[in-house]
Ligand binder design. Structure first.
Ligand code: ZN
Length: 246
């Protein structure tokens, strides 16, 4: 990376199980696309370019309630970006961020901002389509949810399984891999509970190494897929090259 320039990729994904067309996380949204003049919030544009009609998406799965993961539920005019989708959210995450008592105890302006954005996004039309899910169960068939708290209280990862293949969709278990996979003891300021976040991160990454499991990272560079190996300081991500064929 260039000195003094930090680039954060955002990688919401689509999972087509045959029975379900599911989106996992939604990015920063169409309003951000407009305000950044296309620098971010490109998910709807990229979906269209990939030939996927947002109206055909029947499920949106949310990993956690940070701005870059839920704001894309809404279009720039605040209508639903995925008008025919059920919105599946981690029960613990929903409970925490919707709790006014927790909001009143927000310890920093940044966290208070997250609470406010949750209230902005969770409009009645969204809440009408929203259902909470529990850790340790399948969110949709073939996609179990794993509780991975720390980054946020209800942060959740999803294991997309197909036959013998698995991809661990890690959300923000680590932020940028070249910083936080290689140095798992470093705590990004966006981690809600840094100590818990590090413990969770190490447990999951040990598993990914042992099982040789592919990981998909929301803040990994596109195509956001990697294998993970152990290194002296922690772990090292070995990116999977982009391939336009499945
Ligand atoms: Zn994020």
């Amino acid at each position: 990376m260039e000195k003094d320039v930090y680039i954060t990729p955002f990688n919401p994904i689509v999972v087509n199980t045959g029975a379900k067309l599911a989106v996992i996380d939604t990015g920063t949204g169409e309003a951000a696309y407009r305000d950044s003049r296309g620098a971010n919030g490109q998910f709807l544009t990229n979906l269209a370019a990939a030939g996927i009609d947002a109206k055909m998406v029947d499920t949106v799965i949310v990993s956690h309630y940070h701005v870059d993961h839920i704001s894309g539920l809404l279009k720039a005019d605040n209508s639903l970006a995925f008008p025919n989708a059920e919105i599946l959210v981690p029960a613990m995450e929903h409970k925490y961020w919707m709790d006014d008592g927790e909001m009143s105890r927000a310890s920093t302006p940044r966290i208070e901002g997250v609470f406010k954005n949750v209230r902005r996004v969770m409009r009645p039309e969204v809440l009408k389509r929203l259902r909470t899910y529990e850790w340790g169960r399948e969110v949709i068939p073939g996609v179990p949810a794993a509780g991975t708290p720390g980054h946020t209280p209800g942060h959740t990862c999803h294991i997309v399984t197909s036959g013998a293949s698995k991809v661990y969709v890690q959300g923000d278990l680590t932020h940028s891999p070249f910083l936080f996979v290689r140095n798992p003891g470093w705590h990004p300021f966006v981690d809600h509970d840094p100590v818990q976040g590090e413990a969770t991160r190490r447990k999951v990454y040990d598993m990914l190494v042992a099982e040789k499991m592919l990981v998909q990272g929301f803040h990994y560079p596109f195509p956001a897929l990697a294998h993970v190996e152990r290194s002296a300081a922690g772990y090292r991500e070995v990116p999977v090259a982009w391939n336009p064929t499945i």
